[in-house]
Design a protein around this ligand. Structure first.
Ligand SMILES: [Zn+2]
Length: 220
């Protein structure tokens, strides 16, 4: 069990298949479409009886419960028709985010999203999976899941947060002639590294561009 996981409660044996035959190549994000459920509720629900479906992890605002071992196959993105050429239950891990509902629809709380990002980063590092292999259930089968992430800009933003967490980026506040400028930075051996494109914010009159003909960045 991963250190980040609070509890492991195995799903009923009818809800998964032991010992996957393929390598884990994809991480698939879902939402439970419940209103105020918890990771614990879900793990217990899938442990109690045959449900015809399952996921490896359930994430809520406070905890992560694991229901199916990574080495076993959960039934989280199976379909009769696929929109992704490669991702299937056999080569993926399914992560369910608990949700809540109001008059505007379903939502995933900020805490649940942050905890999901932490889990994704741990799994990406463990199985050497890059961001292009982090998918929504929607990307695999076109099911409206996770409903709050269907809009591309929201999903892109979530993935950017995953990437930032992966790289342990931080916000660096720099005092530029008395003005506070915030840029993203990566700290390595006590040195802050910033993006070339952020340099103009820090040293105002400079313009950073890219010379397509010469194929290299430019600073004017
Ligand atoms: Zn789903």
């Amino acid at each position: 069990m991963l250190e980040i996981v609070n509890e492991f409660l195995q799903a009923d044996s009818r809800n998964f298949r032991a010992n996957r035959k393929e390598k884990i190549k994809y991480l698939v994000v879902h939402y439970t479409a419940n209103d105020g459920d918890t990771a614990e509720n879900n793990a217990k629900y899938f442990a109690r009886a045959s449900r015809g479906t399952s996921a490896h992890y359930f994430v809520d605002e406070k905890e992560i419960w694991q229901s199916v071992k990574d080495k076993d196959v959960a039934w989280h993105c199976g379909s009769t028709k696929y929109y992704h050429p490669e991702c299937r239950n056999e080569n993926s891990i399914g992560i369910e985010m608990c949700s809540y509902k109001d008059s505007s629809g379903y939502h995933i709380s900020g805490e649940t999203q942050s905890r999901t990002i932490e889990l994704l980063v741990v799994l990406m590092k463990k199985y050497d999976i890059d961001l292009n292999h982090v998918l929504r259930h929607y990307d695999v089968t076109h099911k409206s899941c996770p409903a709050p992430f269907l809009e591309e800009s929201i999903w892109r933003n979530f993935k950017e947060r995953v990437q930032a967490a992966m790289e342990e980026r931080k916000s660096l506040v720099v005092d530029v002639k008395g003005k506070e400028v915030v840029v993203e930075a990566i700290e390595l051996d006590g040195v802050n590294y910033v993006r070339l494109r952020d340099v103009p914010k820090l040293i105002p009159p400079l313009e950073v561009g890219y010379d397509d003909k010469k194929g290299r960045p430019t600073i004017k």
